[in-house]
Design a binder for this molecule. Structure first.
Ligand code: BG6
Length: 502
């Protein structure tokens, strides 16, 4: 019988007491509950080492929902109804001698429901703990049904090409590829998905979408936050592993991919892998021309003084880890030959903004007098991913008055104004897809490996030569000077965000 979204389902969260479950997963599940999208027979089982009972676990999660849910605070009755589906299990999955507590809990739930449930195992744990958790599932034999049982693995998947391959070998030795959901939450964001709709449901822009009309593309993912409580993890990762290898390259794929024949999961993923395969490899001796790193020092963001990265909790005082990374990439195919794609991301930048700017080539003939075009700017299309989701087209217009003077004006579409709803959080979309068994928005092993291949020369070069000048940008600035030079060498400059957060 085919698997249905309404089938009894149990979601086991390894790392149930952690930050991801608290801030993102459970608030997302609570919103799915409010929207009546969860099966009637549904349970969430948080697994972690610490001893605690269901009641205190539910209280802890409630505090997270009240703080982070898009519909906060939780309504008392709704919360009670939801919380009745939530359980806690103390289990040390890293200990091969640990008993079958998890299988016992699953059996108990399924007995109550009168049949086998779809079992989803979410590994919300640091990357180095994934093998132990997977081995635990295999030992218990609870994730064997290729149709019903799924494993969700958080990014970063491995820490380089080799470790990603090893992890893959390990997981595919235990589970079928179709059971493994490699999550990149950027793919669940409404506006990231809207890139596909924008490109392939409209005929207006696609004819312009290539090297003949596009001069270059900029992808910016800027954050105001520092490393928060994740210093230990982040210091091992850095911006290139934490953001570029996954989120930014995924956005790049959606911008640059060829039109898929259908919306079938593998068809879309094949087209994205084609983009990664076409990215020109960066040769070791060229890394400095294509990649830039930086680390924030003390400064202030929105008027509040902030410590330097090396003063953050869990970060060694002489850490060489980058909190900013910028890359220039070329895609060697017919469509994009010669068009640079500039990617940048950083922590403690002046505002939180993720956007893609497409800069078009100038009009082929300048017929206006020089005085009329003092403020001239090339056409620009901006896809604004967050926080103010929307699309802006910047065009030239005659300014009112007797003089002929041209200036840029914006045509804007804002999600908020057009649809009058707050879009669901990325994790709501993705968790629902895992429940339904739809892998379209998840990464396939070959995609992850390709992405590692692209950043690997940079990782290696940076590891071989520790930075001599860190910290090199103050918190609250737009990053290191070297990032300006990276793009200025080609005669361009980084663009300021188009829609100002209110
Ligand atoms: C996560 C990174 O994947 O994405 C974090 O590990 C980062 O370091 C976060 O802060 C950004 O996500 P969002 O949805 O806030 O843009």
């Amino acid at each position: 019988m085919a698997i249905q979204q309404s089938d009894p389902t149990v979601l086991v969260i390894f790392g149930g007491g952690g930050d991801l479950a608290w801030r993102k997963l459970v608030p997302a599940l609570f919103n799915l509950h409010l929207d009546h999208l969860l099966p009637e027979q549904f349970a969430i089982v948080g697994v972690a080492r610490k001893q605690r009972d269901d009641v205190s676990f539910r209280q802890h999660l409630r505090a997270g929902v009240d703080r982070f849910s898009r519909r906060k605070p939780a309504d008392e009755q709704q919360w009670e109804r939801f919380a009745a589906h939530v359980f806690y299990l103390a289990d040390d999955f890293s200990d091969p001698a640990s008993g079958p507590v998890l299988s016992g809990k699953l059996a108990e739930l399924e007995q109550g429901w009168g049949g086998r449930a779809n079992r989803l195992f979410y590994l919300a744990i640091p990357p180095d703990m994934v093998p132990a958790a997977a081995a635990h599932l295999q030992r218990l034999g609870v994730c064997r049904d290729c149709q019903r049982d799924r494993l969700v693995v958080e990014k970063p998947f491995g820490r380089d090409l080799q470790s990603a391959r090893e992890l893959d070998r390990l997981l595919t030795g235990m589970f079928a590829e179709s059971q493994i959901y490699r999550i990149d939450h950027y793919l669940g964001k409404e506006t990231v998905q809207n890139i596909l709709a924008f490109r392939f449901a409209n005929s207006l822009y696609e004819p312009l979408w290539d090297r003949r009309y596009i001069d270059h593309v900029q992808i910016t993912v800027a954050e105001t936050v520092g490393v928060e409580e994740r210093g230990g993890y982040y210091d091992q990762a850095g911006a290139l592993r934490d953001m570029v290898q996954n989120h930014l390259l995924q956005i790049l794929c959606l911008m640059a991919m060829e039109p898929p024949v259908s919306f079938d999961a593998d068809e879309v993923r094949n087209k994205k892998v084609d983009v990664l395969r076409a990215i020109r490899p960066i040769r070791p001796e060229e890394v400095h021309q294509y990649a830039v790193r930086g680390q924030y020092g003390r400064g202030s963001v929105a008027g509040t003084a902030q410590p330097g990265y090396r003063e953050e909790p869990g970060v060694p005082p002489a850490s060489p880890t980058e909190t900013y990374a910028a890359l220039k990439l070329y895609i060697d195919n017919w469509r994009w030959q010669g068009v640079p794609f500039y990617l940048r991301t950083g922590k403690r930048l002046p505002c939180k903004v993720s956007e893609v700017s497409i800069l078009f080539r100038p009009a082929p003939h300048q017929l206006f007098p020089a005085a009329a075009v003092e403020n001239w700017q090339p056409n620009r299309l901006i896809i604004h991913i967050q926080p103010e989701e929307g699309i802006v087209t910047r065009i030239q217009a005659k300014q009112p008055g007797s003089r002929l003077l041209l200036g840029p004006v914006d045509m804007q579409f804002r999600y908020r104004d057009a649809f009058k709803v707050v879009p669901p959080e990325a994790y709501e979309t993705l968790l629902l897809d895992v429940i339904k068994g739809d892998a379209t928005l998840f990464m396939r092993a070959d995609q992850v490996e390709r992405a590692w291949k692209i950043v690997e020369p940079v990782l290696e070069a940076w590891e071989a030569v520790p930075p001599g000048d860190f910290p090199d940008y103050p918190a609250g600035s737009w990053g290191p000077e070297s990032a300006e030079l990276l793009i200025a060498r080609d005669g361009h400059s980084w663009l300021q965000p188009a829609i100002k957060p209110e």
